[in-house]
Design a protein around this ligand. Structure first.
Ligand code: ADP
Length: 487
């Protein structure tokens, strides 16, 4: 074949035809009849020379492409313009299809005959991956369409690039309107303190962060609902940054928390008066027993009084806690040093958990003007958790350092750590990480700690790695002297 070809002199095309291993080459006459096929073509697509030489090259096209007249159109283009390109399926001998890209050139041999040289490349793998990306995109679209959370993607100008069906339904937009929404104006009605807006800006600026906030929102026809909104950066190398916002409706959960809070409030308030009355009567009865010399009964009365007093203390604690939960709490400020509160907290925890080594780092000689008892409660909460979730690692470090105009206190443990998925919620009331639900606790300690620190104008946060341990922090503004203390 190589020597008796249509090209009488060994030119470039002849050499391409004969030697190409990767490129399949066909020589076709202007009517589309296949005159020759090189070895690469035969081995790639399963044909023998006898199968195709003399056949019209349209047999290599699918039925659908034949119906669209693609073979004829290709011939016309080559003849009119000298060349033609195409991308389509090539039918293999065994009827399977391979996605190929073809380039046809019009040539004239030295017998002045017009011939078409068709070079075919197998781009099946590349095409398959394109298809799978498209399928994946469709798949993502389908998932987005079925989830109940509202999902949107924003660009740097806060333009909505994508919104799922739930988002448009929750906020009562039509699909068409979504791209026209002025997102900043849309959220400004709910986002009074610009929390969401700042969270979004924060995520745009830092390259990896995820931020989470809770916001009450409403829209025409929708009663006020609470959403947990997470902002995550979507950035591919070299691409523009985009932000993914997920609106998760937590109204039911909030109502549930409110009910629990109401029950606690009820217990705390309504049990106090009858109990005070019981204690008063115990004292009266005791007096009477004493007067009547009925000493054998006074032992019972004494035990009753001790238990009633204990119940009163518990209820008082609960009462104070409910005030903290509801945020009705004003710090009772006095002047003391940070060292005093750290030492008191360490001592109280150390007494009960002697096997732990609680060490101090940094210089806590910082004067504070704050609620001493409450700050002890915060550090004690952090320490008690460090003990509770220690996983048998007995070292705990309490640190303090100055940062700008604040002092930061940290409690570090080498225990269980907290899974990343739980971290954003850990300071929420009644929240307990899934993996620690077997350990006793109400899920209030961290919430109350945050309430106390926030009431002082400070911040609380945590860093943690599952299996390695956690560091809980809080910061307080300095200098906190009596005159400069924030109101
Ligand atoms: P409680 O300890 O009563 O459950 P907290 O509000 O103190 O409530 O803590 C909330 C949750 O945070 C805990 O249930 C636990 O899952 C997690 N947690 C708190 N501190 C730690 C810690 N030091 N190590 C690991 N997990 C912790």
């Amino acid at each position: 074949m190589a020597n008796s070809g249509k090209f009488s002199s060994p030119d470039y095309y002849r050499s391409l035809f004969a030697n190409a291993k990767m490129n399949s080459v066909l020589i076709i006459d202007p009517n589309g009849i296949i005159l020759e096929a090189n070895r690469a073509f035969l081995s790639s697509f399963g044909y023998s020379e006898a199968d195709i030489v003399g056949e019209n090259f349209s047999i290599l096209f699918t039925q659908a492409d034949q119906k669209k007249d693609l073979p004829l159109r290709e011939l016309r283009t080559v003849i009119d313009e000298g060349q033609s390109f195409d991308n389509n399926y090539l039918v293999n001998k065994n009827k399977t299809l391979t996605w190929v890209s073809g380039e046809s050139l019009l040539l004239t041999n030295d017998r002045h005959e017009k011939l078409i040289l068709k070079v075919i490349q197998n781009i099946h793998a590349q095409k398959e991956s394109e298809f799978s990306i498209i399928r994946l995109n469709n798949f993502n679209e389908n998932i987005l369409g079925t989830i109940e959370d509202g999902v949107i993607v924003l660009d740097e100008n806060l333009k909505i690039l994508k919104a799922n069906r739930s988002f448009t339904q929750i906020f009562n937009f039509s699909d068409k309107d979504v791209s026209k929404i002025d997102f900043k104006a849309f959220i400004s009605t709910f986002d009074i303190n610009s929390e969401l807006y700042n969270a979004i800006l924060g995520v745009f600026q830092s390259k990896s962060n995820i931020s989470r906030i809770q916001l009450e929102m409403d829209s025409p026809g929708m009663e006020r609902r609470t959403f947990d909104i997470s902002c995550t950066q979507l950035a591919e190398e070299g691409e523009q940054t985009r932000i993914l916002l997920i609106f998760h409706d937590i109204t039911a959960q909030k109502q549930f928390e409110k009910q629990r809070e109401d029950i606690l409030n009820f217990v705390a308030h309504e049990f106090r008066n009858p109990l005070t009355n019981v204690i008063l009567n115990i004292d009266l009865v005791d007096e009477m027993l004493k007067e009547k010399n009925l000493d054998e009964f006074r032992g019972f009365m004494e035990r009753t009084r001790v238990n009633a007093q204990r119940l009163k203390r518990l209820i008082n604690e609960l009462y104070k806690t409910t005030k903290l939960i509801s945020g009705n709490f004003d710090p009772e400020r006095s002047v003391f040093t940070l060292e005093e509160v750290i030492d008191e907290a360490i001592e109280s925890v150390q007494q009960v958990h002697r096997q732990f080594t609680i060490s101090k780092k940094g210089d806590p000689q910082v004067p504070l003007f704050a609620d001493k008892e409450k700050l002890i409660q915060v550090i004690t909460n952090y320490l008690t958790n460090a003990v509770k979730y220690s996983n048998g690692n007995y070292d705990i470090e309490v640190g303090c350092f100055l940062e700008g105009d604040s002092v930061v206190v940290s409690v570090r443990d080498y225990g269980k750590g907290i899974p990343a998925k739980d971290l954003p919620y850990i300071f929420n009331r009644f929240y307990r990480a899934q993996k620690t639900k077997n350990l006793e606790g109400l899920g209030l300690g961290l919430f109350l700690s945050r309430q106390i620190v926030t009431a002082h104008g400070g911040r609380t946060w945590v860093e943690s790695e599952e299996g390695k341990g956690s560091t809980f922090y809080f910061s307080l503004l300095l200098p906190v002297s009596e005159e400069q203390a924030p109101e």
